[in-house]
Design a binder for this molecule. Structure first.
Ligand code: NAP
Length: 284
């Protein structure tokens, strides 16, 4: 990865930080994002020490806010004349319905729309750096996901589990639609399930039963280093040259929810997402 530039969203903890250490150890220049500037800078210093790679940059932005995502994208474009890999890792789980600064439901806004908007804002830079890769961190729960077009933001009926699995299915539909739109550009789009990993996932607003279950199973979960392996593989391996529109787990291609292969639904989700972030659907 020497000479390559990688941006990892949500790189201050859990799977994102372990992915950053892995790719920095392979020699890439790595940018990480987190909400708090001093924490993000501290983690960038930790990654420098762990990887013995000085080329680590920290960017602060609350990515649930579209204005912050736009500001982040501008800072990335200013800092990096090339961008070889974008890892859309940021995401979380909220047991109760919260709304963002834009008045959108938090899970959908952070887990799907933030990656949708950031990717679109960085796409020209990725195309100019081709071959380049966009890697999305989805989840196994995509299998239970449904895209509720008439209540995408759970305004009528919210459940944390439903909102989360919808957002993780949206990650795969976005990847597949992006891959179609990027055909011929040598920018590829893949996504993955990292496994069940011991991180701070869901800690901000956990359902009580989930707290009990996660305490009980915590010792049996993957370490963040193990959970980062498929992200690192998709971001860096020559095996993945030219591979696009595919979902992986344990570094192997997997079949996703059948909805993920519905091109009409994916195009519809793209158009709705573009409208929610104030972009024209022709982008990409
Ligand atoms: N853990 C699992 O078992 C598991 C399983 C399947 C999929 N996943 C997926 O893996 C990804 C990473 O999860 P994780 O388990 O590593 O979670 P985590 O330990 O909670 O880390 C989340 C990261 O996102 C950042 N973040 C959270 N809210 C943010 C916001 N509003 N704006 C900007 N950054 C924000 C956090 O940074 P700051 O707190 O510093 O802002 C942190 O770096 C997620 O997409 C998750 O859905 C996880």
């Amino acid at each position: 990865m020497a000479g390559k530039v990688v941006l990892i969203t949500g790189g201050t903890g859990g799977i994102g930080k372990a992915t950053a250490i892995g790719l920095a150890t392979l020699g890439a220049r790595v940018g990480i994002t987190g909400r708090d500037l001093s924490r993000t800078r501290q983690v960038a210093a930790d990654i420098r020490a762990a990887s013995e790679n000085p080329a680590i940059d920290g960017f602060a932005a609350d990515m649930s806010s579209q204005a912050e995502v736009r500001r982040l994208a501008a800072a990335i474009l200013d800092t990096y004349p090339r961008l070889d890999v974008l890892v859309n890792n940021v995401g979380g789980f909220w047991a109760h319905r919260h709304t963002t600064a834009d008045g959108l439901e938090h899970t959908f806004a952070l887990n799907h729309l933030a990656s949708f908007l950031l990717t679109n804002l960085l796409l020209d830079r990725l195309k100019a750096s081709a071959p380049a890769r966009v890697v999305g961190v989805s989840s196994h729960v995509q299998a239970e996901g449904r895209i509720e077009f008439d209540d995408l933001q759970g305004a009528r009926d919210y459940s944390g589990q439903r909102a989360y699995s919808q957002s993780k299915l949206a990650n795969i539909m976005f990847t597949n639609e992006l891959a179609r739109r990027l055909e011929g550009t040598r920018v590829t789009a893949t996504c993955l399930h990292p496994g069940f990993v011991r991180t701070d996932f869901g800690a901000e607003d956990q359902a009580w039963f989930f707290t009990v279950v996660s305490r009980a199973v915590r010792p049996f979960l993957k370490t963040p280093e193990q959970g980062a392996q498929t992200s690192i593989y998709l971001a860096s391996s020559p095996d993945i040259d030219g591979v696009t529109g595919k979902f992986f787990a344990n570094r192997e291609p997997k079949t996703a929810n059948k909805v993920a292969y519905d091109t009409d639904m994916a195009a519809r989700l793209w158009d709705v997402s573009a409208s929610l972030v104030g972009m024209t659907s022709a982008t990409a």
